[in-house]
Design a protein around this ligand. Structure first.
Ligand SMILES: [Zn+2]
Length: 320
């Protein structure tokens, strides 16, 4: 691993509750890959709020992140966190995606973007150095983060566009999920209608990345669960890593062995280690009212067809 080479970054993009935490941690369990969770939340959740790292200790007490801060900036104390958060909040927002496509349209935005992405470049370089891994796995998910990261210098970006059936995502957003990292102790809930609109808009925005020439791989969550070995190998190859003889982190066909991670923010399963079952939650089939399913079909039908999901009243062959 030569110093100052471009850092390969595998970026996982998709709507929340689409399985990104499980998939990023599964890739991170492969030799040579380092999964750091939702890196775009590093500044707010890590440096500013000192929340729990995936390894179970506070961010500023975690040896891994302390080493990253030292490698990148001589220590997190040397970062002007107010400045970085101001930059972050004026760049990594959905409403700024058009400017992230054409930053030269507004010179002041372009200057901020240059400054912010140079800082992020130092972070990616430091993660590679400290972890000793060839490839950094960033599951920041959001379109704004995906469009921002395109501008980070000295990285080699590959984007996995993760899609899960809109019915499953909409149902998941109605469930009560504990997460000690959230203010009220629970993950955000919202109506199926709102989630369906977000699902459609977000996936169309991520599709557009392909028109900009970014290397992009479409992955359906249900396909990953049904054929985890095949799809993990697809991701490894897509990331530019030749398939070696290393063992994949699966136990049988239905479980993955997850090591300790240093994931930033996100789903509470980022803290779990050991055997994790691979299964799709299909409770939406019985739990969502028929009327709600019809609304989801109406709002997301174009995307369902594009990603080859049959409408709810037909059998699905992809999920189990
Ligand atoms: Zn840690």
């Amino acid at each position: 691993m030569a110093a100052n080479m471009r850092v390969p970054v595998l970026f996982i993009a998709g709507l929340g509750r689409s399985g990104s935490t499980l998939i990023s941690r599964t890739v991170g369990a492969v030799h040579g890959f380092c999964s750091v969770g939702e890196l775009f939340l590093l500044w707010e959740h890590g440096v500013r709020r000192n929340e729990m790292c995936g390894c179970g200790v506070r961010f500023l007490d975690c040896d891994f992140w302390r080493s990253v801060g030292k490698e990148a900036f001589g220590g997190w104390d040397n970062v002007d966190i107010d400045e970085v958060l101001e930059l972050h909040n004026s760049i990594v927002r959905t409403r700024y995606v058009p400017l992230l496509i054409l930053p030269q349209a507004v010179p002041s935005f372009q200057c901020k973007l240059k400054r912010y992405t140079e800082i992020m470049s130092s972070v990616y370089q430091a993660i590679r150095t400290v972890s000793g891994c060839d490839i950094v796995v960033d599951s920041s998910k959001t379109p704004a983060a995906a469009y921002m990261i395109r501008h980070v210098p000295d990285i080699d970006l590959r984007i996995v566009h993760l899609v899960r059936s809109s019915y499953g995502v909409c149902y998941s957003h109605t469930k009560i999920v504990r997460n000690p990292n959230y203010g009220n102790g629970f993950m955000r809930r919202q109506t199926p209608t709102r989630t369906a609109i977000e699902w459609m808009c977000l996936n169309l925005t991520l599709d557009a990345l392909g028109f900009l020439g970014e290397p992009r791989m479409l992955l359906r969550y249900e396909d990953f669960i049904a054929r985890p070995r095949t799809n993990l190998q697809r991701m490894i190859t897509f990331a530019g890593e030749p398939m070696g003889t290393e063992e994949l982190p699966f136990h049988g066909e239905n479980h993955v062995q997850l090591p300790r991670s240093h994931s930033i923010a996100g789903n509470p399963m980022r803290n779990r280690t050991g055997l994790e079952p691979l299964a799709v939650d299909n409770a939406w089939r019985t739990e969502l009212p028929q009327r709600t399913k019809r609304i989801i079909t109406a709002l997301t039908g174009m995307g369902l067809a594009r990603y080859k999901y049959p409408p709810f009243d037909r059998n699905t062959a992809c999920a189990r």
